[in-house]
Design a protein around this ligand. Structure first.
Ligand code: ADP
Length: 165
């Protein structure tokens, strides 16, 4: 049977335990998940794409069903290129839904063969976003338990005064 590959696209600036939770849950349904780092024109980034990829690779190294890649341009073109059948996205709160619905319908309009699959994160990650992580550490707070260790390490490099308890 053909391998079922899902693409989990995002900015991952940086990757959080919320993102990883979605990827791991995705592996219950799909054979492989590709974490695809893209550039969101609506967001300003703290990390370069290379830094993001390096951190993600460290986080997922122990599972060969997860890979990391970079995509530019339209997500659906990337989805076609790697013969993926699905886009994987996470939902946290109701306010995520409106944008995610628009995005998934636009992707379907651009390429009718692909569907977006939404998974709900663990309740412990409900309030976690890359933005809140950056805001917290830049003000000296600790985000231990909310991001994986390679991310904690890299954040500490950028924000030496960040809390660590
Ligand atoms: P984008 O810029 O494309 O929104 P993000 O990296 O912010 O990229 O998010 C990528 C996907 O991960 C989105 O579907 C988002 O809803 C989901 N996501 C982000 N944080 C969490 C979390 N804590 N729990 C579950 N899903 C999340």
């Amino acid at each position: 049977m053909k391998e079922r590959i899902a693409v989990c696209p995002g900015s991952f600036d940086p990757i959080t335990n919320g993102h990883l939770d979605i990827v791991r849950r995705g592996l219950v349904v799909f054979d492989k998940v590709v974490i695809a780092v893209g550039h969101n024109v609506m967001k300003q980034n703290l990390f370069t794409t290379e830094e993001k990829v390096e951190m993600i690779k460290e986080c997922v190294a122990s599972d060969d069903r997860i890979s990391v890649d970079i995509f530019e341009g339209l997500l659906v073109d990337y989805v076609k290129k790697i013969s993926s059948c699905a886009i994987l996205r996470g939902l946290r709160v109701v306010s995520d839904f409106e944008w995610e619905m628009q995005l998934s319908l636009m992707n379907r309009k651009l390429y009718g063969e692909v569907d977006t699959y939404f998974l709900m994160t663990d309740f412990r990650n409900l309030f976690v976003s890359s933005t809140i992580i950056k805001v917290t550490v830049s003000a000296g707070g600790s985000v231990r338990g909310l991001v994986p260790d390679p991310v904690l390490f890299k954040l500490k490099e950028k924000f030496p005064l960040m809390g660590t308890d």
